[in-house]
Design a protein. Structure first.
Length: 253
């Protein structure tokens, strides 16, 4: 039976200050934990025997077999599955996020953790290895964001940095794209295989100080252009559409 101390420890990681202090995060669910276990260092795992029997060797520093009801006691989800694990947060090197030879995604103040997690999953799908987030972007290692990534954290490096400095230093010799509700249709741009793509806050878009450093303004045109439509798209949906166009153009070339 899981101890009260373990329950308290895992539940404490629901708070960002504790995740930052311990450099740990919680992942739950059969598929999600299965995706992460081979790539990230696992500090502790609580799993039901039936799930463990299908996994082979589990490289967890501490592995605990769940008794009936244990996972529900510690879970941060409404509908717990068969396994919960605590992983060490990866420590990526921002120098590796080099837009000179790859497309780097930058997020300016994305607030909703579900949106953030979905964007990381999209980055994984479209082969974008580095996502650079402004300090006020949601925490990629919070429970809701982690669940929404569906395991993308095993392959995506998430950086938190001053976007203005990043755009000035890393983007000075590469294209710096930004998504706006008003701009030039992305279908009228020749999109490169490298550079920085900035996506903005759900309500306010890209902040003016970051916008000033963008030299290629993209928009997703509504259809038909003359008809009334929604004011804007969800940031995760917009990210998917724009990234798909980047990759489509590269396949055509």
């Amino acid at each position: 039976m899981i101890s009260r101390a373990k329950i308290k420890w895992v539940r404490s990681l629901e708070m960002k200050k504790n995740r930052d202090r311990d450099q740990l995060f919680v992942a739950e669910g059969n598929k999600l934990v299965g995706e992460l276990i081979g790539s990230l260092e696992c500090e502790w795992m609580l799993a039901e025997p039936l799930w463990m029997a299908t996994q082979g060797d589990l490289p967890a520093r501490e592995l605990e077999v769940a008794a009936e009801g244990d996972i529900r006691k510690v879970s941060l989800l409404k509908s717990p599955q068969q396994v919960l694990a605590v992983f060490k947060r990866p420590v990526p090197n921002l120098e590796d996020a080099d837009p000179a030879n790859q497309l780097v995604l930058a997020l300016d103040g994305v607030q909703d953790p579900g949106n953030l997690g979905t964007i990381l999953r999209l980055a994984d799908w479209f082969g974008i290895e580095h996502v650079v987030c402004s300090p006020d972007t949601a925490d990629a290692f919070g429970p809701k964001a982690v669940q929404a990534t569906m395991g993308a954290l095993a392959r995506i490096s998430v950086h938190y940095a001053d976007l203005e400095i990043f755009l000035k230093v890393k983007g000075r010799t590469t294209p710096r794209y930004g998504a706006f509700t008003e701009g030039n249709s992305m279908y009228e741009h020749t999109l490169s295989s490298n550079g920085i793509l900035v996506m903005g806050n759900e309500g306010n878009g890209i902040r003016p100080s970051v916008e000033a450093l963008v030299d290629r303004r993209l928009c997703i045109p509504s259809y038909p252009a003359s008809s009334a439509s929604a004011e804007s798209l969800n940031v995760a949906v917009a990210t998917a559409i724009i990234c798909a166009e980047f990759r489509r153009q590269q396949r055509v070339k």
